[in-house]
Design a protein. Structure first.
Length: 251
């Protein structure tokens, strides 16, 4: 992973990226087994969107994030939270002790990892019977609304390769068979996102394919997004079809 790809957008990312639905958290607690005694390593934790949820549910959360800009946001937001431990490291070398965590989470981050190296690291730091939980927020690519927005991003952003939450075609059956050992559970939860114009544009400014203000097409891109919002919103609001995908298994 290019650990600097989100440098400079920590505040925007924390402000505009969507959170995760209550149904997902209920599933993790009731079916997967996360509880007040659980020790979790949240890998690629970013600004702490998932970390913040886990902190209220678990005994200890290691937030492992290599990007200083993103990590600092989480550290500021969780200053004084005793079960929050910030780790300046990456997915392939977390620096955590062997067999020290019950669960590993990776939200919006697994696609950036070296899959084989990360698997070996998971095997090293997980306790016997521990599980890995992969999570993505994904736009509904069957929606014409999503397709039209993607067309705008594709037109102006050279790095755009799709808006599927970084999954990049991995939503197929057995897509993670080479990562998990044996069968793994797949769950999908509704998580539509309600936008005003500021949040709609802010979300796109937090993307890995975003344009910087000095890019030649930056203002054209922002204008196109603004025009799209104005023409599709109702009472200055726009609902973007979205769902949260979750994969749970052992490694």
């Amino acid at each position: 992973m290019n650990e600097q790809i989100f440098t400079g957008v920590g505040e925007i990312y924390a402000k505009y990226r969507p959170t995760y639905p209550a149904a997902l958290i209920q599933y993790l607690s009731e079916d997967v087994g996360l509880n007040v005694n659980s020790i979790v390593a949240d890998i690629g934790s970013g600004t702490g969107i998932l970390t913040n949820i886990l902190l209220s549910k678990c005994a200890k959360v290691y937030a492992v994030e290599p990007n200083a800009d993103m990590r600092q946001i989480a550290e500021i937001n969780n200053r004084g939270v005793k079960n929050f431990i910030s780790i300046n490291s990456n997915a392939e070398n977390t620096t955590l002790k062997e067999h020290s965590v019950d669960y590993i989470t990776a939200a919006q981050s697994f696609h950036w990892f070296n899959r084989l190296s990360f698997k070996k690291e998971c095997q090293r730091i997980l306790k016997p019977g521990g599980k890995v939980i992969l999570i993505w927020n994904c736009r509904d690519e069957t929606s014409e609304l999503v397709q039209d927005i993607d067309f705008i991003s594709q037109k102006y952003c050279p790095l755009f390769s799709g808006s599927s939450g970084g999954m990049r075609g991995a939503k197929t059956e057995n897509a993670y068979q080479d990562f998990f050992t044996g069968n793994y559970d797949t769950k999908i939860f509704a998580n539509d996102i309600l936008f005003d114009k500021e949040r709609f544009i802010g979300l796109h400014q937090s993307a890995s394919y975003r344009l910087n203000e000095d890019d030649v097409n930056y203002h054209k891109y922002i204008y196109a997004l603004s025009e799209f919002f104005d023409s599709h919103c109702t009472n200055n609001e726009l609902i973007l079809p979205n769902h949260t995908c979750c994969y749970v298994g052992t490694v």
